[in-house]
Design a protein around this ligand. Structure first.
Ligand SMILES: N[C@@H](CCC(=O)N[C@@H](CS)C(=O)NCC(=O)O)C(=O)O
Length: 137
């Protein structure tokens, strides 16, 4: 990734976690290179750049690697601080934003379990959990 100056996003088109980062980049008006990852046949770039979770999204910037969508978003907000702010300036409002962002991660993860467990009894439990989360939203 060092060969390129601008940011590069390793992502999977349907990933809600990746979509977060794409929305953040769009809000900030940042140009970047998009690289699609094949999650059914993970490439060396993903395995090397996110060896802990082996998941997208991964952002490459200035020869550095940033993983985890919410951490990437905070990185983007700090590095491109001159552009529209993603997080509120007030500490309490920022804490609230982080709380709901974390909650939405749990909802996305529940959604993933829902479609992965289609034929299992755990599906019902995941469905109930998802309905509760949507009611909370
Ligand atoms: N906590 C991670 C979750 C990322 C995640 O679950 N990404 C999925 C795509 S939506 C993935 O890469 N899955 C591959 C796998 O589970 O092996 C984040 O916020 O970035």
């Amino acid at each position: 990734m060092a060969s390129r100056n601008g940011p590069v996003l390793l992502d999977f088109w349907v990933s809600p976690f990746g979509q977060r980062v794409r929305i953040a980049m769009a809000e900030k008006g940042i140009e970047y290179e998009y690289k699609e990852e094949d999650l059914f046949n993970k490439g060396e770039l993903l395995l090397k750049s996110n060896p802990v979770h082996k998941k997208v999204p991964v952002l490459f910037h200035d020869a550095k690697t940033i993983c985890e969508s919410l951490i990437i978003m905070e990185y983007i907000d700090e590095v491109w601080s001159g552009k529209v702010k993603l997080l509120p300036s007030d500490s309490y409002q920022r804490a609230q934003a982080r709380f709901w962002a974390d909650f939405s991660s749990k909802a996305y993860e529940c959604g993933t379990r829902l479609w992965k467990l289609l034929k299992e009894e755990k599906h019902e439990a995941a469905k109930t959990e998802m309905i509760q989360m949507l009611k909370l939203f």
